[in-house]
Structures are given as structure tokens and as C-alpha cells.
Design a protein around this ligand. Structure first.
Ligand SMILES: [Zn+2]
Length: 346
């Protein structure tokens, strides 16, 4: 029996799988080439803008139920494929609707700053202004999200733009987190100054940032499902971060483009086989450290008196088997808030 697993980074609000990207990538196209060809995040945008809120809520519910069957009892869920005021709000409403029918805990995140939408292609700062001056205030007022996230990357947003968005988020009482250092390095000091709850991906962190990251309350969330699914040979260097004293968490990064998995156990397995984390480290990274990444460590992430009774029971004789039987779901029973959950067949 483990504390319920905590998936602290997911993108569940999308309409369709991205099978064209999948085949293009098999044929050798890069992430950026796919985006330039009209695939990538922008192709999910059309699906979300056209979809009804109820249709999106059904998709999110379906994913949440599957996550629960794999041992996840707390999930962070981002918007980010709407990329307009209306479609980002609709996405967060879909998360709220799905959360009503899921027994576990959902932490919603506004990721309007996922990519610059086509209509703002030549004036990205106007889109940043829309996020800061309209989307964040409305989302905060309606309490649709607890966090604001930004994708800091070449072709997405700069650290300077992210800092502007973080400032607006904090002015409206929202916490922050960022996607950073996935493909190209960014300096982290500006983001750390805003006390981001987590910095996620972290495939290429500069040596000069390790010490300040280690002494901060910010958690590094590693997402090996994306490296696996993109066919990368390199994975985030978990050992380098752990040895520098940085708190490391793991998550699925569930999304239609780069990591279509709901399974924390397979992420735990990848962390062991491709990142040299021990099974114990990978489990801690998926429970108590992931709770810290969502700032719910006083209620979640360990089995202790006073904490929520969220538990995952695995059909194994030794905890190391959870990482060992890869892509074989051994989660047998779930307890959420002290109540045993029946698994339906869907
Ligand atoms: Zn992500």
C-alpha cells in the first residue's frame, strides 16, 4: 500500500489524439518542424475551440477515471489548448465539471501561455497583455484555477514574458509554475524570484542554477513520458539534480502531442530504467515530492495521522515490482478520502 500517487503535471483538455504528428515524427520530423507544418499545439487549438464544454468535460473525466485505476488520487490539470479568453475559460470549466464526478483531488492550472496563437503571431506581446490584463483577472475572480503556468521555450514564451505573467498571477492571488529547459536552456533566477511552486521538464538546466534551485522551495518536476514518446535518447538528468540537493518530482505530462499516458507506474518505471532513480526515489518523487510541487504536502503524499486517507494498493509482494512490471498495471484497489473505490469497466 502506498499513499495515492500524485500526478502533478497533466494537460487533459483536448478533443482528439494527434496521430498526424505521431506519424510525421516517426518519419523524422522535429517538434518545431511539426509545429511549422500546422501540427503541434496549434492543431489541438482548433479542436478545443470547436468543442462544447460538455464534450471536453467528458474527455477529461475519461482520463481522470483511467488515472485513478493506475493509482493516482491527486491530479494537476492544465488548460492550454484554447489560447483565447473564451476557450481557456471553457477548458477550465471542463476541468471543474469533470472534477465534480471524480472522487479525488484536482488542482486546476491556467496555461493560456502555452504557445502564441496564430492570430497574435506577429505581436506576441499583445497576447501576453491579454493574458495578464484579461484572462488572469477573470480566471482568478471565478476561482477557475489555482496556478498559472507558462511554456518558456524558443518558439513559445521568453523568460521575460513569463515573469510578466507571473507578476500578474501573483497580484491576483494565484501561484505559479513553468515549463522550462525542455529543449533549450533558460536561466532560472527570474522564475525562482517569483517563488514558482515547480519548474517542469528541466532536461537542460545550467550548472549555475543548481545551487539556487536547491535552496528554494521550488520542486523540479521531471517528465520522462515525453522523452520516451518523442523517441529521445536523452532523459532528464535526475541524478545530477538529486545530488545537488534539489527536490525532484515525477508526473505523466499527459497530453495529446508528446505524452499520451495516464500511468504514473510507467513513469516510475521510466525514471528507474532511463534516469537511474532507485524505485524508492521514484516512488517518493510520485508521492510526497509531488505533493510539495502542488503545495498539498500537509494533506497528501504520505500515510500519516491527520493526512487524507488517499491510498493505492498494488498487487505485488515488494514495492520495487511497481517499477519492474512496466506497462502492466498492478494497481488493485484505491481508497480516496477513506473510501474504497469500485473500478468500473470503462
Ligand atoms: Zn506539459
Amino acid at each position: 500500500m502506498l499513499p495515492g500517487l500524485i500526478d502533478c503535471h497533466t494537460h487533459p483538455v483536448f478533443a482528439k489524439p494527434r496521430l498526424i504528428d505521431f506519424e510525421k515524427r516517426i518519419a523524422g520530423a522535429s517538434y518545431e518542424e511539426i509545429a511549422e507544418a500546422g501540427g503541434g499545439i496549434r492543431s489541438s487549438q482548433a479542436g478545443v475551440r470547436e468543442a462544447s464544454r460538455n464534450m471536453l468535460a467528458d474527455k477529461v473525466s475519461f482520463a481522470f477515471r483511467a488515472m485513478l485505476r493506475h493509482g493516482t488520487t491527486t491530479v494537476e490539470a492544465k488548460s492550454g489548448y484554447g489560447l483565447s479568453l473564451e476557450a481557456e475559460v471553457k477548458s477550465l470549466e471542463a476541468i471543474r465539471e469533470a472534477a465534480k464526478y471524480w472522487p479525488s483531488t484536482v488542482k486546476p492550472t491556467l496555461l493560456a501561455a502555452h504557445v502564441v496563437p496564430q492570430e497574435y503571431k506577429d505581436r506576441p506581446d499583445d497576447y501576453v497583455r491579454l493574458i495578464c490584463e484579461e484572462i488572469i483577472p477573470l480566471v482568478a475572480k471565478r476561482k477557475l484555477a489555482e496556478y498559472v503556468d507558462v511554456f518558456c521555450e524558443r518558439g513559445a514564451f521568453t523568460v521575460e514574458q513569463a515573469e510578466r505573467i507571473f507578476t500578474a498571477a501573483r497580484q491576483h492571488g494565484l501561484d505559479t509554475r513553468a515549463h522550462v529547459c525542455q529543449f533549450t536552456p533558460s536561466r532560472l533566477s527570474g522564475l525562482l524570484a517569483h517563488q514558482a511552486a515547480s519548474l517542469d521538464h528541466m532536461d537542460c538546466v545550467a550548472d549555475g542554477d543548481l545551487r539556487s534551485l536547491a535552496s528554494s522551495d521550488t520542486v523540479a518536476v521531471l517528465l520522462p513520458g515525453a522523452n520516451y514518446f518523442l523517441g529521445h535518447k536523452e532523459f532528464p538528468d535526475a541524478r545530477r539534480l538529486i545530488e545537488a540537493g534539489i527536490a525532484v518530482a515525477l508526473a505523466t505530462d499527459y497530453n495529446p502531442g508528446t505524452s499520451p499516458t495516464v500511468s504514473m507506474p510507467i513513469v516510475i518505471s521510466l525514471a528507474c530504467t532511463h534516469m537511474n532513480m532507485t524505485p524508492a526515489e521514484a516512488i517518493a518523487a510520485s508521492t510526497i515530492n509531488a505533493a510539495c510541487a502542488l503545495r498539498v504536502q500537509t494533506q497528501k503524499g504520505s500515510i500519516e495521522p491527520g493526512k487524507d486517507a488517499d491510498l493505492a494498493v498494488f498487487d505485488v509482494a515488494d514495492y520495487r515490482e511497481i517499477a519492474y512490471w512496466f506497462a502492466w498495471n498492478r494497481c488493485a484497489e484505491m481508497v480516496v478520502g477513506g473510501e474504497l473505490q469500485g473500478f468500473s469497466k470503462d
